[in-house]
Design a protein around this ligand. Structure first.
Ligand code: ADP
Ligand code: MG
Length: 366
């Protein structure tokens, strides 16, 4: 399999007047990859996607497809297929005409156009709707038309900008699966933009996490979740307990940190990764995921065991979240799979909380 990078962004900066939308961005997207830009609203995802599509040119930096410099090549010469957040369909054209549009622009003959459009409409399960006006379709169906229109031109790169954000939750789940199915079937290198971390974690081969126009981390979903590089990534992806800490003692296999909020010391298995993550930075946070936090009425043995009081128990069906008040102003949350009513802790119960040494991540403040 060809593993060459198909999209290569180097040292990209994009300014709109005084606003710096994207700064110092370096990214490599591989052939066939499902790559996601994830981050809060306004962090520069759409701007970056538009620089890949050619709708914007960077203020500084270089965009390459394979080894070709595309930095200022116009969109129609890039062979990318784009799906916009608001679909941007032609409302009084039929489904067929909408999907055929890109082929018409490319001056494909009628017979070939018909074959390709029909084929792609089958793929998105809209072959029965070819003659309908787009305005008569549901949101989910319009989304499929937008996808079909992007795919029919057989793009080298498929660009999707928050394509599911206008759909209700159930339809979103369905369309996620649909997009993945199409992406695998056509083996298209895909860049997917979302602010939804669940969407990013479930769909992507790799994710780039953005904040304030800067890429914070690139990695697989498990790398991003398990080994966040800073407090922003730890907090933005999934849930976490995050506490300011200072290093008390370093070196060896374990390090000791002090949390003022906890009023205690915490020992951490210090992997090379843990250390590399913060180097000489002095503002540190410890992050521990709720599913790693153990809560029990019985005393645990070993380090990092602290007393607390159950403040609140939240039942979500599959999981139970137990909020434990440790000190005034400090609550930790522990999440466990639902093991039945006999295991639920009572509000007000005195408990012990254990923070396993190998589950704690020490990260710099972003
Ligand atoms: P996201 O897609 O992550 O929500 P955007 O890329 O749309 O973020 O925007 C990043 C920043 O750039 C924001 O501050 C936004 O207001 C600004 N911005 C985006 N497009 C333009 C534009 N055409 N003109 C001026 N500012 C823009
Ligand atoms: Mg956007």
């Amino acid at each position: 399999m060809n593993q060459m990078s198909i999209v290569h962004l180097s040292a990209i900066t994009k300014q709109f007047g005084k606003v710096t939308a994207v700064e110092g961005l370096d990214l490599l997207i591989k052939e066939g990859e499902f790559f996601t830009f994830l981050g809060p609203s306004g962090c520069g995802k759409t701007t970056t996607l538009r620089m890949v599509a050619g709708f914007y040119y960077p203020t500084k930096g270089v965009v390459k497809f394979n080894d070709r410099d595309m930095t200022t090549v116009p969109p129609e010469k890039r062979n990318t297929g784009m799906v916009f957040q608001n679909y941007a369909l032609f409302p009084h054209m039929t489904v067929f005409e909408n999907v055929a549009f890109g082929l018409k622009v490319r001056k494909l003959n009628k017979a070939e156009t018909k074959t390709r459009v029909t084929d792609v409409l089958k793929k998105v399960r809209l072959d029965q709707y070819a003659d309908r006006q787009v305005s008569q379709l549901s949101g989910g169906q319009q989304q499929r038309v937008a996808l079909a229109r992007a795919i029919v031109i057989e793009p080298d790169i498929l660009l999707l900008d928050e394509p599911l954000s206008n759909l209700d939750a159930r339809l979103r789940d369905e369309m996620r699966a649909e997009i993945l199915r199409l992406q695998k079937e056509y083996k298209i290198t895909t860049i997917y933009v979302t602010h939804d971390q669940v969407e990013a974690l479930t769909m992507s081969d790799r994710i780039a996490v953005f904040n304030f126009g800067r890429c914070q981390q690139v990695g697989t979903p498990t790398e991003i979740y398990n080994e966040p590089v800073n407090d922003f990534v730890a907090e933005f992806i999934g849930e976490t307990n995050l506490l300011p800490v200072t290093e008390v003692q370093g070196g060896g296999e374990k390090r000791t940190y002090r949390s003022e909020a906890l009023g205690r010391e915490v020992t951490v298995n210090d992997t090379p990764l843990n250390i590399a993550r913060y180097g000489e930075v002095d503002e540190l946070r410890m992050s521990i995921r709720p599913e790693a936090v153990e809560v029990s009425v019985n005393q645990f043995s070993g380090p990092n065991v602290y007393p607390g009081t159950v403040k609140n128990v939240q039942f979500t069906g599959a999981a139970v979240h137990t909020y434990v008040e440790m000190n005034e102003g400090l609550t930790l949350v522990g999440t466990a799979l639902n093991q039945g009513p006999s295991t639920y802790l009572r509000e007000g119960a005195d408990v012990f909380v254990r923070l396993p040494e190998d589950q704690i991540r020490i990260v710099p403040k972003a």
